[in-house]
Write a protein that binds this ligand. Structure first.
Ligand code: PHB
Length: 394
């Protein structure tokens, strides 16, 4: 799927009008729309996540009156279908044919790894609005790649230490079988084992699996005290529902990365999500003025409550807006654009967020528990957490 929406041509017109009074003062880019290429899943298991990221981004642009540093904005949407091959073609089209100024997305770690070179070799800034693939801020880091979401390590390693501290010693692992899931489990296992814990085993259902019974049977027979897992989007809905239907809810406590119980999936999970504990960089219940204002604005504009993914889309939009204000709208000088992004610190709905040397967000990681259908912050697992810079020479 491929769609274009155009907005804010009024401002582009006023720049052109000013140009007729003082000829040749404005550089060519000032009169051209800022082109944003959204490389996101608009179908398949992560479709809802992609839609919310796009909505969050569009809210940030709307708050600027639809123009950024005097330039009108053109948003081009490209569906990845959560498929690395499809995504490479789409990203190439956005960079080479559409000549977008920024790519924004993707959701899946496997897709992020696949399109990394399209952005890097095409010298096009990629604002990673979800995918946590650790390589992007380590060996595959790039002057053109910045992440407004999280690294997989940030949302999984802190839980290993935290669960051990709660007295849990033997854990079974479960995750969707692709780069996102396997990386989350690796980071959790390392920190849990380092603390002294033991891994009982792991199950890795296919990303698009809908029948979890054989995997739940293995969990039941594992003798583990608890489960740590990574599932998101439709996979999170199904896994949590079937965990409960299988009689495991309440018997083997379920822990995970926070995507398991974000507010986009909880209504469909219902009672089955109660008591689940996760680590994440956002909770809808965070009490800060930015979160209150953001949640109200999103509700007013779309008639629904935002989840974490909308926050990440919103902050991607905010980062682009702030960077362009610094460069006076110039997106041609790529080094200047990177320097502008380097200097950004956002008062995000999640709390304070800035970019580390390897372009990952520096942010707090919360421990959440679903209580009466809401994610409540029960602890802070890590303050101002920075992803290790191993192998990144930026
Ligand atoms: C990932 O693949 O990195 C990923 C996907 C969906 C999420 C979180 C992480 O909700």
């Amino acid at each position: 799927m491929f769609t274009i929406s155009r907005r804010g041509f009024l401002a582009a017109g006023s720049v052109a009008a000013a140009g007729s009074i003082i000829p040749n003062v404005y550089p060519a880019w000032a009169a051209t729309p800022l082109k944003l290429g959204l490389i996101l899943p608009f179908s398949s298991v992560y479709a809802k996540l992609g839609e919310e990221i796009a909505q969050g981004l569009e809210l940030a642009l709307a708050e600027e009156g639809g123009t950024v540093a005097g330039r009108s904005v053109e948003v081009i949407k490209q569906d990845t279908e959560v498929n690395p091959k499809t995504a490479i073609q789409g990203a190439n089209r956005l960079v080479k044919q559409e000549a977008v100024d920024f790519l924004v997305g993707p959701v899946s770690s496997a897709v992020a790894a696949a399109i990394r070179n399209v952005a890097h070799n095409g010298r096009t800034h990629l604002i990673v609005a979800n995918a946590g693939h650790d390589g992007l801020s380590q060996g595959l880091c790039s002057p053109f790649i910045y992440r407004t979401s999280f690294s997989n390590w940030q949302v999984s390693a802190p839980m290993g230490t935290w669960m051990y501290k709660q007295g849990i010693r033997r854990v079974m692992l479960a995750a969707s079988n692709y780069a996102g899931g396997t990386l989350m489990l690796k980071h959790f296992s390392e920190s849990f084992q380092e603390a002294g814990g033991e891994i009982a085993g792991e199950v890795l259902p296919d990303l698009k699996e809908i029948q979890y019974a054989p995997f739940l049977e293995q969990i039941r027979n594992s003798g583990a005290e608890a489960v740590f897992c990574f599932f998101a989007g439709n996979a999170a809905v199904e896994f949590v529902k079937q965990y409960s239907q299988f009689g495991l809810h309440g018997n083997i406590p379920l822990y995970g990365c926070g995507f398991l119980t974000t507010s986009d999936v909880r209504p469909a999970q219902g009672e089955a999500s109660e008591g689940i504990r996760t680590t994440l960089h956002y909770a809808e219940t965070l009490d800060n003025p930015q979160n209150t204002a953001f949640r109200q604005a999103f509700q007013d504009r779309y008639g629904s409550a935002p989840s974490l993914y909308a926050v990440q889309g919103y902050d991607s939009g905010r980062a682009i807006v702030e960077a362009l204000k610094t460069t006076d709208g110039n997106t041609e000088d790529k080094e200047a654009l990177s320097r502008a992004l380097d200097g950004i610190a956002l008062d995000s709905p999640r709390g304070r967020m800035a970019f580390s040397r390897n372009h990952d967000p520096v942010q707090d990681i919360y421990v959440l528990e679903v209580q009466n259908g809401q994610n409540v912050v029960i602890d802070t697992a890590a303050k101002s957490l920075t992803t290790p810079t191993t192998d990144c020479t930026l």
